[in-house]
Design a protein around this ligand. Structure first.
Ligand SMILES: Cc1cc2nc3c(=O)[nH]c(=O)nc-3n(C[C@H](O)[C@H](O)[C@H](O)COP(=O)(O)OP(=O)(O)OC[C@H]3O[C@@H](n4cnc5c(N)ncnc54)[C@H](O)[C@@H]3O)c2cc1C
Ligand code: SF4
Ligand code: SF4
Ligand code: SF4
Length: 389
């Protein structure tokens, strides 16, 4: 039995598994390749803590609190070039590590899985840099360990999707653990693709290249600039290859977790300290930065965040901006389901390998069809939003 029976109501944050006093919850992968918490009914005592801790079904944004927005870029251009946006995350991580704290973020592991890890050195934090467009797996006891660090008085930085951060906050609140030395950063989130699909896709890339993958840059801004979305794959035989196969299906909105189409965190008002993203539309609010290197959009959610931002002034260029003119669709509505959503999952759950070939390596007829779809995309988008509401 699942903690939340309806897929739309579970983001996979693992707060329930961390809170369970009987360790009765295990995280399992479903047919679409996403992680869900399953209750072992032999161990369960029916205390209901798992349901109480679940923020995803209860979150209500506090719309009357004072939030402020900024355009931010690291003063060190090397940091900007090795980060996704303007390297805001990197400045906060360095601040925490210098004070003996612990950072949590998503890495690409040696076997190319995306998962959350802890880091206690700046060298370890380097692996957090860059957006990985796959849902990050949170090890089952990670929130518990973060809580122990907080109890011992260490500063803790946790960064992740809105649902992961809110899961941690809900867990700590229920455990009555002080959050005074906790800093949280969530990001504006388009949705997260399935780890299972990523794994099958990776196998196909390796088969075609006849070589093992050693690394991936999910959005290679050094080669293509900040605005473009192209991946670069690095192989053990020394070859590298760039394309937008993964990004193209990402924007077709087929392979996201079911909860992403029902996401309550599509608002600028969050319970995290900072909400960050790419500063799309920055030209409307500030001058400069037209160099395609990358610029962070940062929302300070509270006074604690504003004080920290002031302290980071030596590392970061910071300009306050108008929030109303900086809104993105992902701060207003959950992502809509793509026109091929049902077909994608039907084919993937029937025969994953052939679905990967059809969707990620389209032949000429499919490419013509996709080009046609792109032309009518604004109308399709409006139609699908209404249809799936
Ligand atoms: C799946 C996904 C969708 C996104 N959608 C949008 C969007 O629609 N609009 C927008 O403006 N910005 C979006 N972003 C955020 C943006 O791309 C940058 O991650 C953010 O601006 C941070 O940039 P940075 O330069 O400060 O730091 P970087 O150093 O590049 O940021 C890395 C941080 O992101 C975290 N991270 C990376 N991948 C993941 C992951 N899969 N799961 C959890 N945490 C992860 C790392 O832990 C680290 O803390 C998205 C990011 C991801 C991963
Ligand atoms: S706490 Fe998180 S993982 Fe558990 S049911 Fe709720 S959303 Fe899913
Ligand atoms: S009801 Fe209590 S014991 Fe049972 S799975 Fe939930 S938290 Fe664990
Ligand atoms: S879109 Fe929402 S539910 Fe999906 S990963 Fe992002 S924050 Fe979580």
């Amino acid at each position: 039995m699942r903690v939340q029976e309806n897929d739309r109501q579970c983001c996979g944050c693992t707060a329930c598994a961390n809170i369970c006093p009987k360790n009765a919850i295990v995280i399992t992968q479903d047919a679409k390749g996403f992680y869900y918490p399953e209750i072992d009914e032999e161990l369960c005592i029916g205390c209901n803590l798992c349901k109480k801790v679940c923020d995803f079904t209860k979150f209500e944004p506090i719309k009357n609190k004072a939030i402020t927005s900024y355009a931010v870029r690291h003063r060190n251009l090397d940091e900007v070039r090795t980060s996704r946006s303007g390297a805001f995350f990197s400045a906060v991580a360095n601040y925490v590590i210098e004070r003996g704290g612990v950072c949590y973020g998503a890495i690409l592991s040696d076997d190319l899985r995306v998962e959350h890890r802890e880091a206690k050195t700046i060298e370890m934090c380097v692996r957090f840099k860059g957006s990985k467009y796959v849902q990050s797996y949170i090890p089952q006891n990670l929130f518990t360990e973060a809580g122990e660090y907080l109890k011992s008085g260490r500063t803790v930085l946790f960064s992740g999707t809105g649902c992961q951060v809110h899961g941690l906050l809900s867990y700590l609140e229920m455990k009555r653990i002080s959050m005074d030395s906790l800093i949280t950063i969530d990001f504006i989130c388009h949705g997260v693709p399935s780890p299972g699909v990523w794994s099958h896709y990776k196998d196909e890339i390796e088969r075609r290249a006849n070589s093992k993958l050693i690394s991936v840059n999910f959005r290679d801004k050094n080669k293509f600039g900040w605005v473009a979305h192209q991946e670069t794959y690095y192989f053990t035989n020394g070859n590298q290859e760039s394309n937008s196969n993964w990004a193209d299906v990402f924007y077709q909105h087929c392979m996201f977790r079911e909860s992403c189409y029902n996401c309550p965190y599509t608002t600028p008002y969050r319970n995290s300290d900072f909400t960050i993203g790419d500063y799309w539309g920055y030209e409307k609010v500030i001058d400069g930065y037209r160099d395609n290197e990358g610029l962070s959009f940062v929302i300070a959610q509270n006074d604690k965040a504003r004080l920290l931002l002031a302290e980071l002034d030596t590392q970061l260029e910071i300009q306050q901006t108008e929030l109303e003119k900086s809104m993105q669709p992902q701060l207003c509505n959950p992502v809509y389901k793509g026109i091929e959503y049902n077909r994608f999952w039907k084919e993937y759950t029937k025969k994953a390998d052939s679905a990967i070939k059809v969707f990620f390596f389209p032949g000429i007829i499919r490419r013509i069809y996709l080009a046609g779809l792109k032309r009518i995309k604004p109308c399709v988008k409006r139609f699908l939003r209404v249809l799936h509401r």
